[in-house]
Ligand binder design. Structure first.
Ligand SMILES: [Zn+2]
Length: 312
């Protein structure tokens, strides 16, 4: 699957990582690959189960997204045949996630969960996030929970002296995070990981702007949407993630979690303060696929929030 040629080297590392406890338990959000709910082919079913299995082990889900399961792979022992389906409403909605699988316990009892309403941060001279993004190949995946874009290696950020590689980005509607109570039309989550397996997510808030000015990067991603769920479609063009960043680089930062099962904690969140504009039609396209894929707000629980000095 495509992206994936490039990320293939990570596969053995991730398998190894599965054996470790929480150090690598921070999976990215929405990286469940092969989540097609209507899969009929056995291979697809196997792949889905493996992906779900991996997803419960946290970061290894990244690998599941990055590389399809080998055809010979089987679900790991124990929970075969019990795929942990989850969603945003009803019996599999956010308030039930913890009940769906033991690995999801933190979804209910964690005290550093995401998303949160970002408010009462302390204004300090936050270091700039050093973005190192470049024109890159990509593939687009509808994983059953969101539209996810897998980006070829070579993109990353440096913050707090650590380099985090960009793995993928994906979207939520409406925005999961709020800022002083305000929710935005959408948000893009750019998921990065450092060599130790720690995750850093850059959130870019998206709001409706001028209808005659569609966002070029989003336009390219939508144009490359695959027709089928669970199958990453390699694009024939490149994208440059610099295009998705706001002009102003101030941000909010706090420690949180994945916003999807298994809700692993220890995720460094950086929410860009200035929103980026999309055309209403672009929001509408995503809304047809995922009208609501945002986890509800979680308690701040006294966590420290820092924000860049200066006006938004
Ligand atoms: Zn997300």
């Amino acid at each position: 699957m495509h992206f994936v040629r490039s990320q293939a080297w990570r596969w053995p590392v991730e398998i190894t990582g599965m054996m470790k406890p929480l150090s690598v338990a921070a999976a990215c959000l929405f990286v469940l690959a092969a989540q097609a709910q209507e899969s009929k082919e056995p291979v697809e079913v196997l792949r889905q189960r493996l992906a779900e299995r991996l997803s419960t082990k946290g970061e290894s889900a990244v690998a599941a997204a990055a590389k399809p399961a080998p055809k010979a792979a089987r679900p790991a022992k124990g929970e075969a045949g019990k795929p942990a389906h989850w969603g945003y409403a009803g019996d599999i909605g956010p308030d039930r996630w913890a009940e769906l699988a033991p690995e999801n316990r933190l979804c209910a009892v964690g005290t550093r969960q995401s998303p949160i309403d970002i408010r009462d941060g302390i204004a300090v001279e936050l270091e700039q996030i050093a973005f190192d993004y470049r024109a890159s190949s990509f593939s687009v995946l509808d994983n059953g929970h969101t539209v996810q874009v897998n980006v070829a290696p070579g993109n990353g950020i440096t913050v707090m002296g650590r380099r985090f590689e960009l793995l993928q980005f994906h979207f939520h509607r409406p925005s999961e995070e709020r800022v002083n109570g305000r929710q935005f039309d959408m948000v893009a989550h750019l998921v990065h990981r450092d060599e130790q397996g720690r995750l850093a997510v850059v959130a870019v808030l998206l709001e409706r702007g001028r209808d005659d000015k569609p966002h070029p990067l989003v336009q390219t991603v939508w144009a490359n949407l695959p027709l089928e769920k669970g199958e990453a479609l390699p694009a024939q063009v490149q994208i440059d993630l610099n295009q998705l960043l706001p002009a102003e680089r101030g941000y909010y930062t706090y420690m949180g979690s994945l916003t999807t099962p298994p809700c692993s904690e220890g995720v460094l969140w950086m929410v860009m303060r200035q929103p980026v504009a999309l055309a209403a039609q672009q929001i509408g396209i995503f809304a047809r696929l995922y009208p609501m894929n945002a986890r509800p707000l979680q308690p701040g629980s006294g966590r420290l929030i820092k924000e860049s000095l200066g006006t938004p």
